[in-house]
Design a protein around this ligand. Sequence first.
Ligand code: PDD
Length: 285
Amino acid sequence: MSRTVYVNGAFVPEEAATISVFDRGFLFADGVYEVTTVLGGRLIDFAGHMARLRRSLAELAMDAPADEAEILSIHRELVARNGIEEGMVYLQVTRGAADRDFAFPPAGTKPSLVLFTQEKAVSDNPAAEKGLTVVSVPDQRWARRDIKTVQLLYPSLAKMEAKARDADDAWMVENGLVTEGTSNNAWIILADGTIVTRPRSEAILHGITRSAVLRLAEEAGHRFVERPFSIEEAKGAAEAFITSASAFVMPVVRIDGAPVGAGVPGPLSRRLRQIYIEEARRTAI
Ligand code: PDD
């Protein structure tokens, strides 16, 4: 069935949606995006996604495409029109359409705004029972990964390499340390129960799920430390997992072919997934 999508002010069937060939998102990857998860027809951590969108736009000196109340109502309208109970809403903003030039277009050029939905079973995902396998690849992305840009070619290549190596995803490595997954933050749990994830910096995306999980872990009385870790350390950890809006907390059971812990989803990763989903259901708007 055809979806309804939103393009620059209008709700239209996906076949009828168009964008200029001169859009800078297409010509220069000059755009940013957000992915907000829908659970029970409601949006998880919408305020967090809007705060990160504001930051991405500010870092690139890009105008906001609409005010936040309007962006919220577009999300809700799309969820309703497409009957989404569980899934994602993607929001894409670009610097707009202008004559091709490396210099930014004149002030006043309207940003492009596109939103679309994707249905997905996020809470009842069988992958959570099985766990994911990951392989390590060098991190060859640009150096401002804290900005959520639409430049996703390297993560896409890394994902294909993971598939070619019979794994679900790739963890990217820079200077001997894991940065993050292709579209998620990377975590390990040490034998003494300490939860470890890389601190926020320009090297990784500041995951909204990552922040929520750190907060919930602390509230539940778990020890955690924000520091980088290597693939070797991760292979020897008791548990490993990833976080993202679409995966929530998802156990990782193999790294470069070696089992993590017992090679099955670990108890604390499972518990954190459960706590996160309960909190998400409770606070979604
Ligand atoms: N990806 N790191 C990267 C490189 C990501 O692309 C993502 C999100 C995350 C996790 O961020 P959050 O918890 O805010 O989703 C970390 C989204 C889901 C995507 O591109 O589909």
